[in-house]
Design a binder for this molecule. Structure first.
Ligand code: IPE
Ligand code: IPE
Ligand code: MG
Length: 255
């Protein structure tokens, strides 16, 4: 019997997968539990999916763990979630190193408490030489925050005479984003049945394939990831061109 994993065409693997890990709160509430119980179980899904991506050979995995808007949640949820995220990252460092996974963080770091910043910096340093999967945690991240940051830095560089306004191209703008070192995501998955982007990578997702599933994040496992990748591999990515052009180009490269 061929498994879902066997059906994945390795040559057509998305280089970068981004995931909005949604539904922890509802998952817990449906079980009559506190929302933090859902976040706690969401960690197991993170482990499973990171491992799944590393096994497949995916280059980049970006996980939306906490948005700048999430700071407005009740204080006990914010502090509980922050501690959970930071503690998990700290504890996972040996596993990340064992699997050659390099950690990155994107987001408004100045909003994080100091203990969190220190722990994150340590994890970043300890995994910095790894060359396998790049695991990007979007923590205190929002796309509008990121775009405003980029515009401010570009304006300052123009003002300092480092650049002329005409020199601001798409490539230059990309260099000012917090994702400057990563290619754009090719596949974006959102769990838990919401059909929205919630301020995540608005610029970078321009041509990403979007995949929505009703599965709540704490229930999401490798098999669900394989389903999303297979769905992605069945899509025709046209980038504004026609089907015929895409087919001709594909023919030209396989000849
Ligand atoms: C996702 O789950 C985790 C974060 C946003 C931090 P939620 O906490 O949003 O869970 P729901 O969407 O309320 O069920
Ligand atoms: C998006 O989920 C943010 C993360 C998963 C970290 P939310 O639960 O905060 O998004 P909305 O409020 O439903 O749009
Ligand atoms: Mg949510």
């Amino acid at each position: 019997m061929t498994t879902l994993k066997d059906q994945i065409i390795r040559e057509k693997l998305p280089k970068h997968i981004a995931i909005i890990m949604d539904g922890n709160g509802r998952w817990a509430e449906e079980k009559g539990q506190d929302r933090l119980y859902g976040h706690f179980h969401g960690v197991e899904s993170v482990r499973n999916i990171v491992e799944g991506c590393a096994e497949l050979g995916v280059g980049y995995l970006t996980l939306y763990a906490f948005s700048t808007e999430n700071w407005d949640r009740p204080a006990n949820e914010v502090s509980g979630l922050m501690e959970l995220l930071v503690e998990t990252i700290r504890k996972e460092v040996p596993t990340l190193n064992k699997n050659n996974i390099r950690l990155h963080v994107i987001g408004a770091m100045d909003m994080l408490p100091e203990y969190a910043l220190n722990a994150l910096q340590e994890a970043l340093d300890l995994t910095s030489v790894n060359t396998g999967l790049n695991l990007v945690m979007a923590l205190s991240y929002s796309s509008r925050w990121e775009l405003v940051q980029a515009v401010q830095k570009i304006a300052a560089d123009v003002q300092d005479g480092k650049m002329e306004p005409e020199q601001i191209t798409q490539d230059v703008l990309q260099q000012y984003l917090s994702t400057s070192k990563f290619p754009d995501p090719e596949l974006m998955i959102r769990t838990s049945g919401e059909y929205r982007i919630s301020n995540f990578l608005l610029y970078q997702l321009a041509y990403a394939e979007l995949y929505f599933t009703s599965t709540r994040w704490p229930d999401f496992r490798k098999e669900h990831l394989y389903e999303a990748i297979l769905d992605y591999q069945n899509r025709e990515r046209r980038f504004g061109k026609t089907t015929r052009q895409i087919q001709e180009e594909a023919g030209a490269t396989t000849e």
